[in-house]
Design a binder for this molecule. Sequence first.
Ligand code: 2P0
Length: 329
Amino acid sequence: MKATATANANIALVKYWGKRSSDPILPQNGSISMTCDGMSTTTTVEFSDKYREHTVTINDEEFKKDEKDIHGHIDRICKLAGIIQHAKVVSESNFPVAAGLASSASGFAALTMAACTAAGLKLSKKELSIITRQGSGSACRSIFGGFVEWVRGQKDDGSDSYAECIASKEKWPDFRMIATIVEAKKKPVSSRGGMAQTVTTCPYYKDWLSTVEDDLDTVRKGIQEKDFGKVASTAEFNALKMHATMITTKPPIIYWIPATMEIIHAVRQMREDGINAYFTMDAGPNVKILCLDKDVSEIEKRVNELDGVVNTILCKPGDGAALLDKHLF
Ligand code: 2P0
């Protein structure tokens, strides 16, 4: 009753921002992401009679209960599998946790695959994505590799709200995302709290929703056509629209810091200079630059010259969640 899984983070090209239900977690809108090779979480789960309660250790620190209910997620999987044992969970990520870099996505995807396997459940990847979604929404996209759509679905039970691969990593191997790290500390407003506040208080939230279907169509088509300008420019505008809803929420949620603006302007200058670069941002101050492999070295050179940039992480389309033979304990 022990298994280890690894999963990559993902970066949304069309964002998930807002729930229509929090139990089970169901999104207001569909989303599309790229699974990011190079930003991963590995998790070992063991169920045993020798454990009196679930214990969770993340990056060598004992996890204290917070709004992301990891213990509740393990209970959910135990119930599904019909087991009564408790779990020991040890998890390691190779990138900053909770800095708007989708650490909960890789975390919940790896945890769900490892826990379901350790509990003896035999599930398809679609079924795994549905269970993962109940722990953290965007995590369901990390079950798959390459380019992934999380389908909104219509049903209240969530059975039609799942992730699926829309293009393999081999389809577009030279697509790149450069995460520029400006501040690696924990963010002031969580995604979960921030999106709930946006749905209830942003006067423009319905306008956001009214544009997302078009963005999904454009990005889906753009990926099939490997039309970088189409995909990346739509992703950039989609991220700006999402941040517009955050900023106009009560109280306003402003994740941007001066270095965020510095990078945004640098990317716009790159385009002026003929470099095909666009940006996207999530619930944090870090900017992710979308580009093609041929432009990576020039873009990295330019962003590393900016005062506010601490570090960059380069990602290409990566694999979906997978089981490993080697356990963390
Ligand atoms: C996304 N984000 O599509 C968007 C863009 C942040 C900004 O999904 O409450 O951690 O666990 O479902 O998935 C972050 O939200 O929220 C997120 P829950 P989650 O990547």
